[in-house]
Design a protein around this ligand. Structure first.
Ligand code: NAD
Ligand code: UD1
Length: 339
């Protein structure tokens, strides 16, 4: 029997790429998204790329009666991959209540509706941000957790909430996936990240410099204790990340309990390494300036993802060169994103 997966936030960046991998792996896909930070066009592209159909509901996960209606209508939803959420660190400091409402209250409502409909399998989008400033690298899943901003706190709280849900009812199976830094795009160049306004994250910012929308890259901090003084991160191709979710579905079997995995490549690249690789992909030197550190940033962050390999048989395949080439293909083909 084909299994039906509900993907919340499925029209967004990671969600849409995950829909492609789910459809390619033979799953039936139902997407719920309120389109706050996405366009329905991404789902059109998903269906074109795969040659398969999915079902889309424009709905908010905080709307319990609508969500209940969807579960009843779809009948046999096997599990939920839960991407829906707000994700901008800076914004979360300005409007924390909106973040707690959308991310925390939204997930509580989602879990209540799931339980009511006897669907107790969930894969949750967590983040490397839950490690705060790690005492060493590579980061393992059992390292101490902390949060330094409201966005990070919503992830940390939700990890705890989902563990409590399992403790109260062992019929739940919970997978917490801690993503490192997703970049890249589908190889077609037709599906990718389409941020609103001026991007906060490094690669979307560089891409807008490359298409001439922004003047130059600001390198935040050149005095970190790293090989070239700039911040080091574990960038992972969004398609590898998407495949990690398909692999994680195998943990949604009875008695699996709560599983936690880092999804990263295990390699650290500095800001200047990324600029150099992007120069190669774009075919010219992109302008940059060394700027002061961004408050709240850490020097180095990369994953030990060996647990995901041992237990899920998953590992990232794409290297940094490919991540930059695919990012550029998307941005150059669609300088205005889905608009
Ligand atoms: P995204 O903004 O592209 O996708 C999130 C989607 O959820 C959007 O389509 C948005 O419209 C939808 N959404 C938001 N609130 C909703 C609600 N209340 N009801 C229904 N839909 C709602 O972001 P993304 O980069 O694809 O991230 C997906 C998840 O992964 C998020 O939970 C994010 O916090 C987490 N994450 C992202 C990154 C990253 O760098 N992109 C890193 C770590 C974790
Ligand atoms: C950010 C979030 C983190 C979230 C992650 C994935 C912050 C403080 N942290 O991580 O919570 O989990 O995204 O969504 O926002 N940089 C520049 N110039 C820029 C932008 C970034 O030099 O214009 C540098 C940063 O200092 C950092 C690196 O590039 O060293 C990566 O930054 P970014 O892409 O924003 O991701 P993170 O800060 O790692």
């Amino acid at each position: 029997m084909t299994r039906k997966i509900l993907v919340t936030g499925g029209a967004g960046y990671i969600g849409s790429h995950t829909c492609v991998e789910l459809l390619n792996s033979g799953y039936e896909v139902v997407v719920v998204d309120n389109l706050y930070n996405a366009s329905e066009k991404s789902l059109q592209i998903v269906q074109e790329i795969t040659g398969k159909n999915l079902t889309f509901y424009k709905a908010d996960i905080r709307d319990a009666s609508k969500m209940d209606e969807i579960f009843k209508k779809e009948k046999n939803i096997f599990g939920v991959i839960h991407f829906a959420g707000l994700k901008a660190v800076g914004e979360s400091c300005q409007i924390p209540l909106t973040y707690y409402d959308n991310n925390v209250a939204g997930t509580v409502t989602l879990c209540e509706v799931m339980a009511k409909n006897n669907c107790k399998n969930i894969i949750f989008s967590s983040s490397a941000t839950v490690y705060g400033d790690p005492h060493k690298v590579p980061i393992k899943e059992d390292f101490p957790l902390s949060a330094t901003n409201p966005y990070g706190r919503t992830k940390l709280m939700l990890e705890e909430i989902l563990k409590d849900v399992y403790t109260s009812d062992n019929n739940w199976n919970v997978v917490l996936l801690r993503y490192f830094n997703p970049i890249g795009a589908h190889e077609s160049g037709d599906l990718g990240e389409d941020p609103n306004g001026i991007p906060n994250n490094l690669v979307p910012y560089i891409l807008q410099v490359a298409v001439g929308k922004l003047e130059k890259v600001n390198v935040f901090g050149s005095d970190y204790d790293t090989h070239d003084g700039t911040g080091v991160r574990d960038y992972i191709h969004v398609v590898d990340l998407a495949k990690g979710h398909v692999s994680a579905l195998k943990k949604l079997e009875p008695q699996s309990g709560v599983s936690v995995y880092n999804l990263g490549t295990g390699n650290g690249y500095s800001v200047l390494d990324i600029v150099k690789n992007m120069n190669k992909a774009v075919g010219r030197e992109l302008p940059f300036v060394l700027a002061p550190r961004r408050p709240g940033d850490i020097a180095t962050c990369y994953a030990d993802s060996s647990l995901a390999f041992r237990e899920l048989g998953w590992r990232a395949e794409f290297d940094i060169e490919r991540m930059c080439v695919d990012s550029w293909r998307w941005q150059s083909k669609h300088p205005d994103g889905f608009k």
